[in-house]
Design a protein around this ligand. Sequence first.
Ligand code: SAH
Ligand code: SF4
Length: 386
Amino acid sequence: MRSTPLHPVARLPEEWSTSLAARGERSFTAKQVFHWIHRRGILDPAAMTNLPARLREHLAAEGLGEVLTPERVHRSEDGTRKLLLRLRDGATIETVLLPSVSGPGSQAQLDADAAAADDDEDDDAEAGAAPRVRVTQCISTQVGCAMGCGFCASGVAGLKRHLGAEEIAGQVLLGRAMLEEGEDLRNVVYMGMGEPLHNYENTARSLRLLTHPEGINLSTRRVTVSTSGLVPEIARLGADFGGQIALAISLHAADDETRSALMPINRKYPLDELLAALRAYPLPRRRRITIEYTLVAGQNDDPAEARRLAKLLRGLPVKINLIPMNPIEASSLGPPAQERVAAFQEVLTQAGYSCFVRRRRGDDVSAACGQLVLLGAKPKVRRALG
Ligand code: SAH
Ligand code: SF4
């Protein structure tokens, strides 16, 4: 049972139907309210002009209004935009808009960036149509994170609180409103601050909101949930959404000792349990699980570990994203030299895996993976060797 009433932005159309019917409103108002919020991105009840005045007043009294206030937008030289958002209780989170990069080889790069299980062919190449810029949005699910991974700014900060579904979906409402001319919101990745499956209820609700046909209507396969490997919740996500939500797993090691040193969660859910959960995930045909592997110099970057990884993943439908670690202020850990990254990739490619090195995006505004921090603190300026 919920102790607090659902925020209006977190309600699904059927829940609006129930609450509005109880107030004696006509049945179609439920859809109208949901449309205003999720299809049109309007949160100010006064602007919902087709609703009766008494209903608009009621919605205002229920706290419908700004859920998140944009505080700052940092624009990177590469087009990445990082939004610092303030929550109602004063805490801050960040979300990142990543436009696709044009130029040779960019599609492979975009796929790696998006990490979405987007294996189908290009579907917006209509004859004569102007090319659209596809944007991937990376969103947060918690203020901080309880998982304690030593290479991640959110992990080092610890968990402050879970985000409500209205705050998770609200990031996308805001992100969509900030798209520029020619841009389309194409993918949403749950790869910002926090562990989505540790905040399962709100994450699941936000997935229903974002993929609802009456709202933003994102395709489930273009929404990727990334997890450090919470085994019971992986099963739950698979069951609740029939395997339709794209899954990314932060693996970062192929043996328990190395993984536990980097990711404390591995002591609770070791590799054999995690791999069993991946095998059991009800993945639709022709879709793949994304394996994220943050390469940390001297920790998990040995070619022997790449060979173990190749063996561990044998038989699973996966694609592998290698992410050279982005430096963070709180840690002396860093990325391997470029040749070592290339050697690691080569082992996996030779073993027959589709394996990309994720390019660093938004580095100059601290918007790269793992750099999203509580108060927008700057990372230590350090260059990768090589
Ligand atoms: N908690 C979830 C999702 C958020 S983290 C998870 O761990 O999967 C998203 C991705 O960023 C993860 O793969 C994580 O390992 C990676 N990451 C975290 N810190 C990083 C850093 N400093 N450099 C590169 N990748 C990092
Ligand atoms: Fe949390 Fe993911 Fe960072 Fe680990 S990598 S601390 S799970 S946000």
